[in-house]
Design a protein around this ligand. Structure first.
Ligand SMILES: [Zn+2]
Length: 209
């Protein structure tokens, strides 16, 4: 388990390359000290069905927005490390990200949820596995209303063929970057349960409340 010093060291390492804070645009690093302090001072949001480290607002929203629409993985990793102590995984869980539609992963070059899942797995010293895949490209959830979102993600996921034996009987910690209505994470969880997972818990870095 890493302490505060370890986490700040990790944030510092991640801040070497970028020249502007993703939280406030101040020049210096991926995430400035003032933003780290502000983020660490925020309360853990209460949302049903998922564990969320932060509310999706102010610095957190800006960092996740940068991470999604610009290549700002360093700030995203730093934020995930700040959120990791707030997200307690079930014992011996396999950590897996909600997969991104192949088309969007290709455009962006990486899956934001996977960056978060990898940081959480490292912090809690758990194994990261890509257990799920998208079965079809779906329109971005942000373009749809609530009922359309639920319809959009139904049957959008499948367990990766080679991972079925691993999922059976397993405890899975399913990770996403941001949760809005919860329909995406719920659909992904249902697929894991259908494949025989003994327990699935959902953790997200930030929740829209
Ligand atoms: Zn800042």
């Amino acid at each position: 388990m890493y302490g505060l010093v370890g986490r700040l060291h990790q944030v510092a390492l991640d801040c070497v390359a970028p020249s502007r804070c993703a939280g406030c645009a101040k020049s210096g690093g991926a995430l400035c000290e003032a933003c780290v302090d502000a983020i660490e001072a925020t309360p853990v949001p209460l949302v049903s069905g998922v564990r969320a480290a932060f509310v999706y607002e102010t610095e957190v929203r800006r960092i996740l927005h940068h991470g999604k629409f610009r290549d700002c993985r360093a700030a995203l990793r730093a934020l995930a490390w700040l959120g990791a102590p707030r997200l307690q995984p079930p014992a011996d869980a396999l950590v897996t990200p909600v997969p991104l539609a192949a088309r969007r992963a290709h455009q962006r070059g990486y899956n934001q949820a996977r960056v978060v899942a990898k940081a959480l797995a490292e912090f809690h010293q758990l194994q990261l596995h890509d257990l799920l895949e998208r079965t079809r490209d779906t329109p971005a959830q942000s373009t749809l209303d609530r009922s359309a979102r639920r319809e959009n993600v139904t049957r959008a996921f499948a367990v990766v063929a080679g991972a079925r034996a691993m999922v059976a009987g397993a405890t899975v910690w399913l990770v996403d970057d941001v949760v809005t209505t919860g329909s995406t994470t719920a659909a992904a969880r249902d697929v894991l349960v259908d494949a025989g997972a003994a327990r699935v818990e959902i953790a997200v870095l930030a929740a829209v409340v």
